[in-house]
Ligand binder design. Structure first.
Ligand code: NAD
Ligand code: AKB
Length: 312
């Protein structure tokens, strides 16, 4: 990895991935792209790019002389249910365009799947690495198809396409972009700003989560892992903790004792959350590329609150 193009760079993951990649590989080596205009931190190496435009994807990758593409552009679960056709067009069309240019230009590809690639018939606790995948959202359908397409491009053409199944990601740099796990970020922002939060999922809804620094470091470690150790290569289960709205609230009360949580359940997002695992088994990632999270619920909560307070 030495010259990198990042798609979806203005998003929750991309905004922190670009910073991490630039500090490791150099400012000019990492070209950030997104369909949205850049934030200041992306300059100078930022270009507008719609990943559904195959010619534009190809031109940008060629002109940057990239050897690696971090493909992060996507439409997430809740937004996808509001616009399923757009979710299919961006998530599948974008990935296809990226894999095709990777094949033509000899690039490696990192692209994340999600716990959304599982569905109601998947064993929920623990969810094995290799198991039933029949998701009930269009986002999940694109994630399963994307996992298979990455495997196909590797098996058939030798494209080095790697990826993980991220759980819900918690961060303080860029707000999440329309997912079901967004509550786990919003709760911290609201706790620091107002001391209370109204959650759109029920109190005991358990999901896998991870703090963004672990997600970024783990993703780069996977791309740097020795290829002969990778049995799966793509779609690794990856987790750091399991949380519920109640356990998040309890962790926040260690720092903000008066914090209160109320519930106003959104049936669409509750239905999506109920179809996802309660706990995924990430043994394959731990064995094949030494994945190990650094943050648990307590240490993540402490850092989130310090970081958000320091912005006020
Ligand atoms: P996000 O919604 O915050 O960011 C996605 C970015 O893609 C946005 O900046 C958006 O402008 C851009 N985008 C949308 N359509 C585009 C198009 N046609 N062309 C170019 N860019 C376009 O999402 P994120 O959280 O940063 O997710 C990044 C990746 O990680 C996605 O593949 C997502 O499925 C995956 N993931 C994220 C989470 C999470 O909790 N954030 C969990 C599991 C998987
Ligand atoms: C979402 O909730 O859609 C994402 C994800 C888990 O893929 N955060």
């Amino acid at each position: 990895m030495s010259r990198i193009v990042v798609t979806g760079a203005a998003g929750q993951v991309g905004s922190e991935m670009v910073t991490a990649l630039r500090s490791r590989y150099g400012q000019e080596a990492v070209l950030a792209t997104d369909i949205k205009p850049p934030s200041a931190v992306m300059q100078p190496a930022f270009l507008l790019l719609d990943v559904t435009d195959a010619a534009a994807v190809s031109e940008i990758v060629r002109e940057h002389e990239a050897d690696t593409i971090f493909h992060l552009a996507a439409i997430l679960s809740a937004r996808g249910e509001a616009a399923p056709q757009a979710a299919w067009a961006v998530n599948m069309g974008g990935l296809y365009n990226v894999l095709e240019v990777a094949l033509q230009e000899g690039c490696s590809v990192f692209t994340p799947s999600s716990i959304a690639a599982f569905g109601p018939s998947t064993p929920p606790d623990p969810t094995p690495q290799d198991t039933i995948q029949r998701p009930s959202t269009v986002y999940g359908v694109t994630k399963v198809a994307g996992e298979l397409l990455c495997d196909y491009y590797f098996d058939r053409f030798g494209v080095d396409a790697r990826g993980v199944r991220y759980p819900g990601l918690i961060s303080h740099v860029t707000l999440p972009g329309g997912g079901t796990t967004d509550f786990a970020v919003e709760i911290y922002y609201e706790a620091v700003a107002n001391g209370r939060y109204t959650c759109f999922l029920g109190p005991e809804t358990q999901l896998d989560m991870m703090y963004m620094p672990d997600a970024i470091r783990g993703s780069i470690e996977l791309m740097e892992a020795a290829p002969d150790r990778l049995i799966h290569r793509n779609a690794f289960n990856m987790t750091a903790m399991q949380v519920t709205p109640e356990s998040l609230a309890a962790a926040i009360r260690e720092h903000i004792p008066d914090f209160s949580i109320a519930y106003d359940v959104d049936p669409v997002r509750q239905g999506i959350a109920d179809s996802w695992p309660r706990r995924i088994d990430d043994t394959a990632a731990r064995e094949e590329w030494d994945w190990q999270p650094e943050y648990d619920l307590a240490s993540m909560t402490e850092d989130m609150i310090v970081q958000l307070r320091s912005r006020d």
